[in-house]
Ligand binder design. Sequence first.
Ligand SMILES: Cc1cc2nc3c(=O)[nH]c(=O)nc-3n(C[C@H](O)[C@H](O)[C@H](O)COP(=O)(O)O)c2cc1C
Length: 113
Amino acid sequence: MRHLLDHIHEVPVHLIPCVEGRTDGMEGWQQASRWGSVIPAAWSFMLAARARGLGTAWTTFHLAYEREAAELLGIPHDEVMQAALIPVAHTIGTDFKPGRRRPLETIVHWDRW
Ligand SMILES: Cc1cc2nc3c(=O)[nH]c(=O)nc-3n(C[C@H](O)[C@H](O)[C@H](O)COP(=O)(O)O)c2cc1C
């Protein structure tokens, strides 16, 4: 995250997945339905980019300034929500390794919570 923060201005492409219809103030199930319409598509894009040698990262930090970004980019803020900002660039090398993860049993619940 620190590296991305220091270098985000050097990234050649920033993808902002958007979804029509704002859910501000709506019930959780309505928000979940809307976000569920855009997040899988963005994730598919990230996997497709990876298959072509491009690295991506899911970020949401710019959403604190969603309205300003909308004005800058001509996105109709009152009708369209921005879901993320995904920097896209060729990776430096390919020696990736799995990220650190908490043990599975601390986050998986079987049959009941
Ligand atoms: C919902 C969500 C929001 C995130 N927002 C940010 C963000 O705003 N800035 C950031 O540097 N990383 C953010 N991340 C983490 C990055 O996607 C990424 O994991 C991180 O930059 C570290 O890179 P790495 O996973 O390749 O090690 C977010 C992750 C998730 C799941």
